[in-house]
Design a protein around this ligand. Structure first.
Ligand code: FEO
Length: 164
């Protein structure tokens, strides 16, 4: 594999773990706020992002390339309502999608079709993640100031299956 690609994939591992810990932080915030469903949804997102990081790490290992596990960075942000956290999540996922697109361009340029095949999974995954967040944000917007409506959405988010 080209060194540039190994380095870029390691950078993506860092990005995925960074995403994981952002969502873990959101999960803690939401649970403390009293929204167990939204907290559960974010906790599963944390697990999913760790799985993304490890998928790339396993791929690099299988190709005989070095893997760098990054340090955890503390996220600082401010929020007033649950909607803010989901909007921040969507904006974060837009950045991840852009990083995946850049990676796709790079592996295409180097004709690294093995990496391209591995990255197709992430292209599909990003479409799904953005769609889920857009849907949740729309529903939270519909809640307005109604605590009852918010609890209804929260009960739905609690149903997100663990294997999702
Ligand atoms: Fe693994 Fe949400 O990007």
């Amino acid at each position: 594999m080209k060194e540039e690609i190994i380095s870029a994939l390691n950078e993506q591992i860092r990005f995925e773990f960074d995403s994981a810990f952002l969502y873990l932080s959101f999960s803690v915030d939401l649970r403390q706020y009293g929204l167990r469903g939204a907290g559960h949804w974010m906790r599963l997102q944390y697990h999913e992002e760790c799985a993304h990081a490890l998928k790339i790490a396993d791929y690099l290992e299988s190709m005989g390339a070095g893997v760098i596990i990054p340090q955890v960075k503390r996220h600082s942000y401010s929020w007033k309502k649950p909607l803010d956290l989901f909007e921040m999540s969507l904006s974060h996922e837009h950045k991840v999608s852009s990083a995946i697109n850049d990676l796709m361009s790079m592996v295409h340029e180097y004709q690294d079709y093995a990496s391209q095949e591995m990255l197709f999974y992430f292209v599909r995954e990003q479409i799904e993640e953005e769609r889920s967040l857009v849907d949740i944000i729309a529903r939270l917007n519909l809640c307005g100031d109604s605590g009852e409506a918010l609890l209804h959405v929260d009960a739905d988010l609690l149903k997100r299956p663990v294997e999702d």
